[in-house]
Design a protein around this ligand. Structure first.
Ligand SMILES: *Cc1c(COP(=O)(O)O)cnc(C)c1O
Length: 418
């Protein structure tokens, strides 16, 4: 069934998928086609049920198909799907965001994380009158041209495009530098953009005080510090990574959790910086579907489910999952580490938690992840089909579900040692 659907998909969609990681390229095999999802589970077209840790790569933090969000979507959609005029629900979600994230005075809604980071860069350039930006290798900021520059392994690189189709001119002002090493900044640089807790090269936490040092460095050179919190926002804590680490950037980018499973992103900051955005200022950004009434209804409902108690539960779940996975690998005699920060974790088949992209790549490219992925999938646990993705346990991943996952991980770990 999956095979059939996949070959049919490949006839009409490039590679059969609408986002490359879904294609199973890096783990091999045929992707399962999802027919429905509920709580911690997804079901595929063959009727198999899986405990899901992909969770739409983050958005489904309250579990799949939470009744409150589905109700909100149904109610909102009964009033129309899009108007091209302001609505109360845009104000409400903006208030919710600014209340949660200390330092965000105003926020602009867009339709994806990519739009948020792309615009934050434009805004930083407009606000500073400078062109250059600095990013860390291994950090993912969506697929805008200037941010696809990845840079050579570990060494600061300038203007190396990470995708064909990105002209050298588009990345000429992008400087790539290694994570967890203090970069050199100067007064030609508009912005330093980063994932405050990188989770797109596996989870590679910042070293102690690293973010605070970056904050100081940016202040010294008039560089705007941009936190790409598309994953960490409303996941790591009520106020995201800036609250978790106690470091306040100049601009924030949000996505994933914020839309409750519908397409939505946002960028925000101080009123001062944000006043550069049109119609107040001369940095242009717009969107036909921005602030879409169904997306804002879903997002607002999801945010309201995420109180302090919810974050406690998410963290407890992630902690026991990380501990259980470590125990499973250890008892099977497999070298593996499971970095976990709050509700976010990932798996590396190596003996030490990587501290930068070079180390992460070395750990990710040894083929072990693909084996473990398939051993888990065949036993009913869906991890992301790529070694650089995080696991996203949700509020629906109860103690019981996590224990079950750990039990299965013990069996899967034994299988891959054989
Ligand atoms: C997913 C992601 C993005 C891009 O968001 P999209 O909604 O996929 O465009 C940007 N930054 C980070 C950190 C992400 O994880």
């Amino acid at each position: 069934m999956s095979e059939k659907l996949f070959s049919r998909a490949k006839q009409v969609i490039p590679g059969g998928v609408n986002s490359p990681v879904r294609s199973f390229r890096s783990v091999g095999g045929t992707p399962y086609f999802v027919t429905r999802a509920e709580g911690p589970y997804i079901w595929d077209s063959e009727g198999n049920r899986y405990i899901d840790y992909v969770m739409s790569y983050g958005p489904a933090i309250a579990g799949h198909c939470p009744p409150q969000i589905i109700d909100a979507i149904q109610q909102a959609s009964g009033n129309g799907t899009s108007y091209g005029a302001p609505t109360l629900s845009e104000i409400e979600i903006a208030e919710e965001i600014t209340n949660r994230v200390h330092g965000v005075d105003t926020v602009r809604l867009v339709s994806s994380g990519t739009e948020a980071t792309m615009t934050a860069i434009r805004l930083a350039r407009g606000a500073t009158g400078r062109d250059k930006i600095v990013k860390f290798s291994g950090h993912y900021h969506g697929h805008a041209d200037s941010l696809l520059a990845a840079g050579g392994s570990g060494v600061a690189n300038q203007g190396i495009s990470g995708s064909s189709g990105v002209p050298a001119s588009a990345v000429a002002d992008t400087i790539v530098t290694p994570w967890n090493t203090i970069p050199e900044l100067d007064s030609s640089i508009a912005a330093l953009i980063l994932e405050p807790l990188p989770a797109n090269m596996g989870v590679v936490p910042p070293k102690e005080d690293f973010l605070a040092e970056l904050r100081k460095l940016c202040d010294n050179h008039g560089v705007l510090l941009v936190f790409d919190e598309v994953i960490t926002g409303f996941r790591l804590a009520e106020g995201g990574a800036s609250q978790w680490y106690g470091v306040t950037p100049d601009l924030w980018c949000f996505g994933k959790v914020i839309g409750g499973g519908l397409p939505m992103g946002a960028y925000g900051g101080s009123s001062d910086v944000m006043s550069n955005v049109a119609p107040l200022g001369d940095v242009y950004q717009a969107g036909t579907l921005s602030g879409n009434p169904i997306a804002t209804a879903a997002g607002l409902t999801q945010l309201r489910l995420l109180d302090a108690r919810a974050y406690e539960r998410l963290e407890i779940g992630a902690k026991s999952l990380a501990k259980g996975l470590c125990a499973a690998f250890k008892s099977a005699g497999i070298d593996a580490v499971v970095p976990q920060v709050g509700p976010i974790l990932s798996i590396f088949f190596t003996s030490q938690i990587p501290t930068n992209f070079d180390e992460a790549q070395e750990a990710a490219e040894n083929g072990k992840y693909a084996e473990f992925f398939h051993a888990m999938l065949s036993r009913g646990v869906a991890l992301a089909p790529g070694p650089y993705e995080a696991l996203f346990p949700s509020l629906a991943h109860t103690e019981e579900i996590i224990s079950k996952t750990i039990e299965i991980a013990h069996e899967a770990a034994l299988e891959i040692t054989q």
